[in-house]
Design a protein around this ligand. Structure first.
Ligand SMILES: Nc1ncnc2c1ncn2[C@@H]1O[C@H](COP(=O)(O)OP(=O)(O)O)[C@@H](O)[C@H]1O
Ligand SMILES: [Mg+2]
Length: 288
C-alpha cells in the first residue's frame, strides 16, 4: 500500500515535453500536482493568456517570471480558481489537480482554495488579533479541535512564532510588513493546504524581510508544493527548482496582445542556457 502511494503516476508523453535539464533533480520522478492543458484566459473579449500547457511538480518550488502584463497573476489565479471572483474572466482549457479538473462539474471552489492556499503581494491581515487571523480559516471550516495547537504550529511553520508568542491577542496590523506577510503565510497554512500559491509575496518588503520569506520558502517546500510569481529574477534563481518564462505576444496585424508561456525548464537552465531567444533576452536584461 505504502509503495503504491509513493510511486508517482507519470505519463511518458507529458514528460517528454520537459527539455533535458541541467540540474540533478529534473522533477521527472515526481508526481505532477497540476497538469495544465491549453489554458486560455479572457477578460471579456480580450485574451490575457493563450494556450498554456505545463505541469507543476510535487514539493518543488516553481517560479513564474516575465514582463508586467504577461499574465503571471492571471495564470496563478487559475490554479485555485481565484479568477472565479472576477466577473469578466473566462477560463478555457484544463487545470488538473492530482488528476481532477478544477473547472469540472461538481468541484467546490471553497474546498479548492482550502487545499490550494494563496498569499498576495500586499500583506492583507484582517484587522483582528494575531491569533484570530491564523484561527480564521480553521474556524470557518469548523476545525475546532486543538485550535490553539493548530495556530501555534502554523506560526512555527511560518517562522513567526518566536516573534509573536507573547502578543497573540494584539492586533495584527501592529506587526511590521514582513511579519504581516509571514502571518498571512501562517493563515494560509493553518488549514493544512497541499499547495501554496504566492503572487510576488516579497515585492512590498525590505531586503531583510524578503530574505526571511525566501528562507521560509526553502523550508516549506519539504511539506508543500509552491508556485511563486516574482518580478525579481535573482529571487527566482534563489528559490525555484523550475522556472516558467511568460512573455507578451503582439499580433503583427495590431489586433491585440496576449501572454504566452515561452519556456519552462529547470531554473538553472532558464538562467544559464535557455532554449528560446526571448527567454535569453529577458534573463540577460536585453528585453526592450
Ligand atoms: N481583473 C481584470 N480585468 C481585466 N483585465 C485584467 C484583469 N486582470 C488582469 N487583466 C489584464 O490581463 C493581462 C495580464 O495581467 P496580469 O495577469 O495581471 O499580468 P502580470 O501579473 O504578469 O503583470 C493584462 O493585460 C491586464 O491588463
Ligand atoms: Mg501580477
Amino acid at each position: 500500500m505504502a509503495e503504491e502511494t509513493t510511486t508517482p503516476q507519470l505519463d511518458p508523453t507529458r514528460l517528454a515535453s520537459l527539455v533535458e535539464p541541467a540540474g540533478t533533480d529534473d522533477g521527472r520522478g515526481r508526481e505532477a500536482v497540476f497538469e495544465i492543458e491549453d489554458l486560455t484566459v479572457r477578460y471579456g473579449q480580450s485574451a490575457a493568456l493563450v494556450g498554456v500547457s505545463m505541469d507543476v511538480r510535487k514539493n518543488f518550488v516553481t517560479a513564474f517570471i516575465g514582463p508586467s502584463g504577461c499574465g503571471k497573476s492571471t495564470f496563478i489565479r487559475c490554479l485555485n480558481r481565484m479568477n472565479d471572483l472576477i466577473p469578466s474572466a473566462v477560463v478555457e482549457g484544463h487545470v488538473l489537480y492530482h488528476g481532477t479538473d478544477l473547472y469540472g462539474d461538481g468541484v467546490d471552489a471553497v474546498e479548492v482554495r482550502r487545499r490550494i492556499g494563496m498569499v498576495f503581494q500586499k500583506p492583507n491581515p484582517f484587522p483582528k488579533s494575531i491569533y484570530d487571523n491564523v484561527a480564521f480559516g480553521p474556524r470557518v471550516l469548523g476545525l475546532k479541535q486543538d485550535l490553539s495547537g493548530r495556530v501555534e504550529r502554523a506560526l512555527h511553520q511560518a517562522a513567526l512564532w518566536d516573534e509573536v508568542k507573547d502578543r497573540l491577542k494584539e492586533n495584527a496590523l501592529g506587526l511590521s510588513g514582513g511579519q504581516q506577510q509571514r502571518l498571512c503565510i501562517a493563515r494560509a497554512l493553518a488549514v493544512e493546504p497541499d499547495v501554496l500559491l504566492m503572487d510576488e509575496p516579497a515585492s512590498a518588503l525590505d531586503p531583510i524581510s524578503t530574505s526571511r520569506i525566501e528562507d521560509l520558502i526553502h523550508e516549506l517546500k519539504r511539506d508543500y508544493t509552491i508556485a511563486i510569481v516574482t518580478h525579481n529574477m535573482q529571487q527566482a534563481a534563489r528559490v525555484a527548482d523550475m522556472t516558467a518564462f511568460f512573455s507578451v505576444d503582439v499580433r503583427e496585424d495590431g489586433s491585440g496582445r496576449h501572454g504566452v508561456l515561452v519556456e519552462y525548464d529547470r531554473t538553472s537552465r532558464i538562467f544559464t542556457n535557455p532554449a528560446d531567444r526571448r527567454t535569453e533576452d529577458y534573463v540577460t536584461g536585453r528585453f526592450g
